[in-house]
Design a protein around this ligand. Structure first.
Ligand code: GUN
Length: 280
């Protein structure tokens, strides 16, 4: 292997340590509320990891578990109450929601100042306009990893595979604001491997196990793998065939231990940022 493996676990631990120091200096502990509707097993694991990280860092952590048959009106009532609660600086409603609930309506009930997920219309609008605001955790974590890798973004060609509101769209905006030239690819992109081969920076978040192969990657490219998939044998893998891509790229994030830990660290960072902005 010639590529550097970008250790998101170690970087996240460093970020969390710095945040814990910052929290100790505040007049009050920042508060994070996580709302989980239903019993989706993967969501339960994600929420548990977020809770542990928040508590370890000294945040006030409140988890609201609602049954799968919760009505839209009840969920909006819960979110609005958290919006009015002065002890709560950040609100995260875990997705996916049960199909009878509107994700858009729930997101837009979260006040922009408490949108630590960076997913509301207002937060994405601020980002699109290059104005200050809370930025979605996964793309924010990817930018920190690129910074840590020493990747030169100015003038680089960045290719983002995936156009979701959670990853691809905000990622493309952040890369463009860092003066990269950005191409966004998706399921209808013609000759995706050829486009990926033109990337200095390649960010992939589509949920397709080991989609990106060595011959998709230009020698020396930096590859950020946002995917977390489970293989038939139960092991985790990303959207990138890491072992073979590492023979070609200059740096690549592993799965697990790459982007995932950074997403949680950035959620904590956003909660602290929100608390500071709200006078903590
Ligand atoms: N489900 C999977 N990823 C996310 C995320 O980043 N935020 C929320 N709210 N739900 C998710």
């Amino acid at each position: 292997m010639s590529a550097r493996l970008l250790d998101g676990k170690a970087l996240a631990a460093r970020v969390r340590g710095e945040l814990a120091d910052q929290v100790r200096g505040l007049a009050r502990a920042p508060g994070l509320a996580v709302v989980l509707v239903g019993e989706d097993p993967a969501s339960r694991v994600y929420v548990r990891n977020k809770a542990r990280a928040a508590e370890a860092m000294g945040l006030v952590h409140r988890q609201i578990d609602l049954p799968a048959d919760t009505t839209q009106a009840r969920l909006l009532e819960v979110v609005r109450a958290l919006g009015d609660d002065p002890a709560i600086d950040g609100i995260l409603v875990q997705f996916p929601l049960p199909p009878h609930l509107s994700q858009a309506a729930v997101l837009d009930a979260i006040p922009v100042a408490k949108d630590v997920d960076g997913l509301t219309t207002a937060s994405l609008g601020l980002l699109a306009q290059g104005r200050p605001g809370l930025v979605a955790c996964t793309p924010k974590g990817c930018m920190r990893l690129l910074d840590e890798a020493g990747a030169v973004l100015e003038g680089a060609h960045a290719v983002v595979v995936g156009r979701s509101n959670i990853v691809g769209r905000p990622m493309a905006m952040l890369l463009e604001q860092a003066n990269a030239t950005v191409t966004v690819c998706h399921s209808r992109t013609r000759d995706l491997p050829a486009v990926c081969r033109t990337a200095d920076i390649l960010v992939v978040g589509v949920g397709r196990p080991e989609l990106v192969r060595a011959d998709w990657v230009a020698p020396g490219a930096v590859v950020i793998d946002v995917g977390i998939n489970r293989k038939a044998d139960g092991r985790l893998c990303g959207d990138v065939a890491t072992d073979e891509v590492a023979e070609v790229a200059s740096a690549v994030t592993p799965v697990p231990g790459g982007v995932g830990p950074m997403t949680i660290a950035m959620l904590l960072a956003n909660t602290v940022e929100s608390a500071l902005a709200r006078g903590a």
